[in-house]
Design a binder for this molecule. Structure first.
Ligand code: PNS
Length: 161
């Protein structure tokens, strides 16, 4: 049984994240989608609980995908859950430096951890949670960027009618 973790801040989950989840869930027997805090991203739009709830709603049809969360280090969560594979999506070279550094830091903390990178589907590579929030903050629809459940939550946050 091969289990993997797909970690992220998911503030909020986008179609880009869903693409990686869908494809990873076909490769691994079990995938744990873990919501964590990114110390570089201050003042998230959604609380940890809200982010977990949206992911649970969006992923309810995926039998081998579980949603979890932690306010600690990713490698500690991995150890506690007996998982050594971390999946991260790469949208392009702009993601690479940060992702490579994070993979190496995690490897330094725990030599058993392996990070695997999955290239984002080209048509979704422009999508990010930050773009979703930026668009929505100007009252623009983000219906092409996030699942319907998330769309409603984002519209509520920005009072978009
Ligand atoms: O979706 P993001 O914001 O790119 O995800 C980054 C995240 C949350 C996976 C990363 O910041 C993280 O692992 N946070 C938990 C704390 C941690 O383990 N940091 C890395 C080593 S110092």
């Amino acid at each position: 049984m091969v289990r993997a973790i797909y970690p992220g801040s998911f503030d909020p989950v986008t179609y880009g994240h869903l693409d990686i989840i869908k494809r990873s869930s076909k490769i691994f027997d079990e995938l744990i989608v873990c919501v964590l805090n990114n110390s570089g991203k201050k003042s998230p739009l959604f609380s940890l609980e809200e982010r977990v709830k949206m992911l649970c709603d969006v992923l309810s049809d995926y039998d081998n995908v579980k949603v979890s969360s932690s306010d600690g280090l990713l490698v500690d969560f991995a150890k506690q859950n007996d998982v050594s594979i971390i999946v991260r999506g790469l949208r392009g070279m702009s993601d690479f430096d940060f992702e490579f550094q994070m993979a190496q830091v995690n490897k330094t903390i725990s030599t058993k951890i392996e990070t695997v990178f999955m290239a984002t589907e080209p048509s979704l590579s422009y999508i990010s949670s930050s773009i979703v929030k930026e668009f929505a903050s100007y009252g623009k629809s983000v219906k092409d960027l996030v699942p319907e459940i998330v769309l409603h939550r984002v519209e509520e946050k920005y009072n978009i009618l």
